[in-house]
Design a binder for this molecule. Structure first.
Ligand SMILES: Nc1nc2c(ncn2[C@@H]2O[C@H](COP(=O)(O)OP(=O)(O)O[C@H]3O[C@H](CO)[C@@H](O)[C@H](O)[C@@H]3O)[C@@H](O)[C@H]2O)c(=O)[nH]1
Length: 495
């Protein structure tokens, strides 16, 4: 009997995924048409002997999460339960805290999966490897180039036995090109080292308290366990941790750009795993190029051209003559006639006006380097904007375009792009506008052509106070360049 645990983190995690993680918990963000962790659950459900899947995190169990769990239980005919940590317990703390639930029923082993990875999940191969030797810890490893390996847990293995001899989490200098995929198979004995770390942390805590020190600054709290540093690094070279190497698909999903890349990987995998999810060209239907997912409730005009690598969510409307490529269009969005959307994510309920062009810059791994991985670094480096996909945030006013928005300055729906002079009577209304959220400080912004494109954070054209997430003071960099690829939006008609 087997179990699986998916580490889903919580609201404080996933900051690089903003603004998309404001609207849904990051693990539920749709990648290739289904929530990110549904890919994990599907893979686990296919392992013979899988009895239960546990999600561990520190999200409040809200409606979307509850609905997702119910739907997953029905679809996979397996118990899928959420266990909420009382506080962020790190990657190992939740496993120790909920050890009784994990070990209930006596599983021979349990998988542990990070939620924010995209993979073909070679779980059966890992299980075969585990059953030969029954080591307490089996890690899935893959390769990365020298520079990018520093962003991951790095593994030095014995090439004959695959024992992990040395493990360093995100080293500052090169250690190894074998990286930790965040996918593990643990035997029940793996929980013993976690108990040792827990007890040691408790003793450290008592020591700190005895010194009268403020404990949070000095020790992480008895419950917090970092699987990578506290367990893997500590036990490497002691015959307990082994690595199973894969050359299958794998990528982290940290930023919105990496979600688009992951969507492409999963869409191509659907050819083998779920061909029924891929749209096919039918007479009288839209033209489909390459791998495209269209939710059955979406309305797509026959003259639209979609693909490759497009995912269209529930209730989306795609107008006549629309061109969509390398993009995700989320629930309830509307793409009006002749819109062109490339390398972008169009947020929930957004409207892109007629003839608008929304284009991001792909930042995929270098195709000439077989070991290259997706970079998920910050949007700005050395004060300069790095190439990135375009994201339109969610529309707060539902699926309305600027043309039909309520009159008055600052009344545009977030996420809309106005392609023509709009009906509202504001000083901004005579030029095409993009209404979005600042990717860094999450304030609402309206960017316009000309001078008003700059310095618009929460000032001119901003949405009414209280309409967005209340966050601390903004951390926007100086506006040395527009933060959005404005040059790619349609220019206003000079007349
Ligand atoms: N339940 C729970 N989950 C957590 C917590 N903290 C993080 N997680 C979850 O644990 C996973 C790892 O998150 P991070 O701590 O952000 O680590 P990382 O930078 O993604 O690096 C990890 O994954 C890499 C592969 O993607 C590894 O290479 C690396 O070694 C490490 O395991 C994510 O799925 C995250 O949601 C926590 O306190 N509680």
């Amino acid at each position: 009997m087997l179990k699986a645990v998916i580490l889903i983190g919580g609201p404080q995690k996933g900051t690089r995924f903003r603004p998309l993680s404001f609207e849904v918990p990051k693990p539920l963000f749709p990648v290739a048409g289904v929530p990110m962790i549904q890919h994990h659950i599907e893979a686990c459900a296919q392992v013979p002997g899988m009895q239960e899947i546990l999600l561990i995190g520190f999200y409040q169990p809200d409606e979307p999460l509850t609905q997702f769990l119910e739907a997953a239980q029905q679809e996979f005919n397996l118990p899928v339960r959420y266990l909420q940590e009382f506080a962020p317990l790190g990657t190992g703390g939740g496993l120790y805290h909920f050890r009784d639930q994990i070990l209930a029923g006596g599983p021979e082993a349990f998988f542990v999966l990070n939620a924010d990875v995209c993979s073909d999940f070679p779980l059966n191969a890992m299980l075969d490897a585990h059953r030969c030797e029954r080591h307490p810890f089996l890690l899935l490893g893959t390769t990365a180039n020298r520079t990018q390996s520093l962003n991951y847990g790095c593994i030095v293995e014995n090439p004959q036995t695959h024992e992990v001899l040395h493990y360093v989490e995100k080293p500052s200098t090169f250690i190894s090109d074998i990286i930790n995929c965040g996918i593990y198979l643990f035997s029940p004995e793996a929980l013993k080292p976690l108990r040792d770390v827990f007890q040691r942390n408790q003793q450290d805590g008592q020591f700190c308290l005895a010194l009268g020190e403020d404990s949070p600054g000095l020790w992480p709290g008895a419950g917090t366990i970092r699987l990578e540093q506290d367990v893997f690094s500590a036990l490497a070279g002691q015959g307990q941790i082994y690595v199973h190497l894969t050359d299958g698909i794998w990528s982290q999903i940290k930023s919105a750009g990496s979600a688009l890349y992951a969507s492409r990987l999963y869409l191509s995998r659907y050819q083998v795993t779920h061909p029924e999810r891929l749209a096919k060209h039918t007479p009288g239907g839209p033209r489909i190029r390459g791998n495209v997912y269209i939710h059955p409730t979406a309305k797509v005009a026959p003259s639209a051209v979609l693909g490759p690598n497009v995912s269209i969510g529930k209730g989306v409307t795609v107008g006549e003559g629309v061109r969509l490529r390398e993009s995700i269009v989320l629930h309830g969005a509307t793409l009006q006639e002749h819109t062109c959307v490339l390398h972008s994510i169009v947020g929930w309920g957004s409207t892109v006006g007629r003839w608008a062009r929304v284009e991001g810059t792909p930042n995929d791994p270098n195709p000439n380097d077989p070991r290259a991985r997706m970079d998920s670094e910050s949007l700005f480096k050395d004060g300069k904007l790095r190439p990135a996909i375009t994201i339109l945030g969610m529309s707060s006013w539902g699926a309305q375009g600027c043309e039909s928005s309520p009159a008055g300055e600052g009344q545009w729906p977030v996420g809309s792009v106005c392609s023509s002079v709009c009906a509202c009577d504001s000083s901004f209304s005579k030029v095409p506008a993009l209404v979005t959220k600042c990717l860094l400080c999450a304030r609402f912004c309206v960017s316009h052509w000309g001078q008003k494109a700059r310095g618009a954070y929460g000032q001119e054209g901003s949405l009414p106070a209280g309409s967005g997430p209340q966050l601390p003071a903004p951390v926007c960099p100086p506006m040395t360049s527009p933060w959005y690829p404005l040059s790619r939006l349609p220019r206003p008609d000079p007349c």
